[in-house]
Design a protein around this ligand. Structure first.
Ligand SMILES: Cc1ncc(COP(=O)(O)O)c(C=O)c1O
Length: 395
C-alpha cells in the first residue's frame, strides 16, 4: 500500500505559462494592485461566463457580501438559503439583519431546488440564495420561475461550480448576482485567494467597483489642478452604503486570465475522472452518488456520496474509519448543516426542517479529489473502497 491519499489544499497546479505571467507582472507591471490585469480579467471573465459585467474581488465571500449589501435587505425581510452549504453563503445575508430561512436539498441532486424553496416563500421573502454545491448546477428554470412569480432577487453562489452550464448557459448568468471563488481548494485558484462577482447590469457592477476600494473613485467633473481638492474622490457606493476593501491583486488577476482559458478542459478532465471512479464503484450499491437532473451539469468540485450500510448494520463512520486505518485513505465529511453550528444557534437560527439535509450529511462521505489525479490513482482508490466495503459486509 502506498502513502495516505487525502484531499489536497491545492486542487489545480499552475503551469509554466501561468507561472511566467506572475513573473511578468512582478518585473514589468506598473502596479501590483488595481491595474490593467484586473480590468482585462473582469472583461474576459464576463465574456467567458456570458454575464453583462464582472468585478474582481478578493474572494467569493466578498462577492457574497457585496451582493447581500446591494439587495438592500434589512430586519423584517426573509432570505431563503440552503442549510447544506459553506458558511460564506449565509453570513453576509445574516449580517444585514434579515431572517435566514433554511431550505432543504433535493434528495437526488443534493442541491437546493424549486420544490424545497416553494413552501418557504412568504410575503416577506425578498432574496433567494442558490448554491451550486459540489460543482452541481441547481435546476434553474423552475427556480427562476418561482423567483419571477414572487419578485425575488436571486444570488447564485457559484464558488464550487465555475464554468458549469445549465441548459447551455453558464451559472452566474441566471440570478441578479453570481459569486465565484478562486480559493486554493477550488477548481481554479488565483494564488490561493480571489473571487469574482458577475452582475446583469453595468450600474450594479459600477456600485460594486465603488464599494470594493473604500469609495476611492475618479472625480466626474473637469478640474483645474489634478491634485485639488484631492487626488481622487471618495464616493458613497449607493444610498446609505458603506465602502469596503475587497480588492484583488494584479498577479492574481494575471493568473486568473490564463486559468479561465483552460477551465473547460480542467472541468472536462474532472468529469472524466468522475465517470471512471463511479464506474469502478458501480458494483457497490451502498455508495450512492448524486443524480444529475436533465439539463444540469456537474463539474465535480468534490466527489461525495451517501453511504448506506444498513443492510449489514454499518454506518458511514465505519467506512471512513476503515478506509483511514486499513487503506490509507482520508475521507472527509462536509457541509455541516449551518443551523447546527454554534454561530447560527446563537443567532436564534438553530432549528430547521431539513430532513434530506440531515439524512445526507449524517451519511455522507467525501473522497480525496483534485484535478489531474490520473487513471491509476482513480482505479487504486476505487479498489481500496471496494475492498473496505466488502470487509464491512462480512462484518
Ligand atoms: C459554497 C461556497 N461559497 C462561498 C465560499 C467562499 O469562498 P472564498 O473562500 O473565496 O471566500 C466557498 C469556499 O469554500 C464555498 O464553498
Amino acid at each position: 500500500m502506498g502513502t495516505m491519499i487525502e484531499l489536497p489544499a491545492i486542487q489545480t497546479r499552475l503551469n509554466d505559462e501561468e507561472e511566467q505571467a506572475i513573473l511578468r507582472v512582478l518585473r514589468e507591471g506598473k502596479t501590483l494592485a488595481a491595474g490593467p490585469e484586473g480590468a482585462a480579467f473582469e472583461q474576459e471573465f464576463a465574456q467567458f461566463i456570458g454575464s453583462e459585467d464582472a468585478v474582481a474581488l478578493c474572494n467569493a465571500t466578498a462577492a457574497l457580501e457585496s451582493a447581500a449589501i446591494l439587495t438592500g435587505l434589512g430586519p423584517g425581510d426573509e432570505v431563503i438559503i440552503p442549510a447544506h452549504t459553506f458558511v460564506s453563503s449565509a453570513v453576509p445575508f445574516a449580517r444585514t439583519g434579515a431572517t435566514l430561512v433554511w431550505a432543504d436539498i433535493d434528495p437526488k441532486s443534493r442541491v437546493i431546488s424549486a420544490a424545497t424553496i416553494e413552501p418557504l416563500i412568504t410575503d416577506r421573502t425578498r432574496v433567494l440564495v442558490v448554491v451550486h454545491l459540489y460543482g452541481m448546477t441547481a435546476d434553474m428554470d423552475p427556480i427562476m420561475a418561482l423567483a419571477e412569480k414572487h419578485n425575488l432577487v436571486v444570488v447564485e453562489d457559484c464558488a464550487q461550480a465555475p464554468g458549469a452550464s445549465y441548459k447551455g448557459k453558464r451559472v452566474g448568468t441566471f440570478g441578479d448576482f453570481g459569486c465565484f471563488s478562486f480559493h486554493s481548494q477550488k477548481n481554479i485558484t488565483t494564488l490561493g485567494e480571489g473571487g469574482m462577482l458577475t452582475a446583469q447590469s453595468k450600474e450594479v457592477a459600477r456600485r460594486v467597483r465603488q464599494m470594493r476600494w473604500m469609495g476611492n473613485w475618479p472625480f466626474e467633473q473637469e478640474r483645474e489642478s489634478y491634485w485639488k481638492p484631492a487626488m481622487g474622490n471618495i464616493v458613497e457606493p449607493g444610498p446609505g452604503l458603506w465602502p469596503h476593501n475587497f480588492c484583488m491583486g494584479e498577479p492574481n488577476c494575471a493568473v486568473g486570465r490564463l486559468l479561465i482559458k483552460r477551465l473547460d478542459q480542467i472541468n472536462a478532465n474532472r468529469q472524466a475522472q468522475a465517470k471512471r471512479f463511479k464506474e469502478a464503484l458501480s458494483g457497490v450499491p451502498e455508495i450512492i452518488f448524486q443524480e444529475i437532473p436533465e439539463g444540469c451539469e456537474h463539474v465535480y468540485h468534490l466527489m461525495s456520496s451517501r453511504f448506506d450500510g444498513s443492510a449489514f448494520g454499518k454506518h458511514r463512520d465505519d467506512l471512513i474509519r476503515k478506509l483511514f486505518t486499513d487503506y490509507e485513505m482520508k475521507c472527509i465529511v462536509q457541509y455541516w448543516p449551518l443551523y447546527r453550528t454554534e454561530l447560527f444557534g446563537k443567532l436564534g437560527l438553530g432549528t430547521a426542517q431539513v430532513p434530506e439535509t440531515d439524512r445526507y450529511f449524517d451519511n455522507m462521505i467525501s473522497f480525496p479529489w483534485w484535478s489531474d489525479m490520473g487513471d491509476e490513482l482513480i482505479d487504486d482508490m476505487a479498489q481500496r473502497i471496494n475492498r473496505a466495503v466488502e470487509e464491512l459486509r462480512q462484518g
